[in-house]
Ligand binder design. Structure first.
Ligand code: 6GU
Length: 244
């Protein structure tokens, strides 16, 4: 998979994404990331990429031309000219990103992220190039870079080979809509607090049962809204009733 990011802050993206799991996936050539600096595509002699809004009002608006030219430079690079890549505009006015969208987007060969700043981008270029408007939640950020990075991080873990542990992505989607159970590692006792006995017992069926119940307790206490879409067995439902 190839990620392209149109941005005024390419260093911010590159510095963050070269670390950790995403960075290793790039080294392994499982995925690639290319940032395109929108400022490199202005014909303005002062390299301005923004101007005052028609009709007046606060703030500045990113101009259509450099955004369009930056986008075109990515199209020129993509070999598969038949299939137009999806262009994701990061905006608080978009559809809210979730795990389902993440898994869907992981199927794409190429993804272009468009990061806005200031008060937004000239509507005309958005109409021409954007296929998906996406938000990462109901709060306002200063630009689209962090949302683009959040999305790329999440999408990358759905791409085969990116996670060390092949099982773990599968495992999680099986547990869809339930929060994960708590984890423990050595030592057995930390500042007087012991690891739950069942985890030291070696009794796999009991461990599975305990973990399932912990997931149910957590979800009930912290994210009860998720339970509506969780796949619950009769046993699960009986256990949840004991919590009420
Ligand atoms: Cl995608 N962009 C901005 N600027 N703010 C946001 C957002 C995106 N998602 C939530 N807040």
């Amino acid at each position: 998979m190839n990620f392209y990011v149109l941005t005024l802050f390419p260093d911010m993206i590159e510095n963050a994404m070269k670390e950790s799991i995403f960075g290793r996936a790039m080294e392994k050539k499982i995925l690639s990331l290319k940032t395109v600096n929108i400022r490199d595509f202005t014909n303005d002699k002062h390299k301005h990429v923004d101007d005052y809004p028609y009709g007046g009002g606060a703030g500045m608006v990113m101009q259509a031309e450099p955004v369009y030219n930056a986008y075109q430079s990515v199209l020129d690079e993509i070999t598969d000219k038949e299939k137009k890549p999806r262009v994701i505009y990061l905006t608080p006015q978009g559809k809210v990103f979730d795990q389902k969208m993440s898994e869907e987007l992981a199927q794409e060969e190429n993804l272009i992220f468009l990061c806005g700043h200031y008060e937004g981008i000239d509507e005309r270029v958005l109409e021409m190039i954007v296929t998906d408007n996406v938000s990462i939640g109901d709060y306002v950020l200063t630009g689209g870079e962090l949302p683009a990075m959040v999305m790329m991080d999440s999408i990358s873990r759905n791409i085969p080979g990116v996670l060390n542990n092949e099982v773990s992505a599968e495992f999680e989607s099986f547990h869809d809509n339930l929060l994960e159970y708590p984890q423990y590692t050595r030592p057995e006792e930390f500042m007087g607090k012991k690891v739950p006995d069942v985890l030291l017992s070696g009794h796999h069926a009991n461990i599975e049962k305990w973990r399932r119940e912990q997931s149910l307790i957590r979800t009930y206490e912290r994210r009860p809204d998720l339970l509506e879409n969780a796949e619950l067995s009769k046993k699960d439902i009986a256990f949840l009733k004991t919590l009420c």
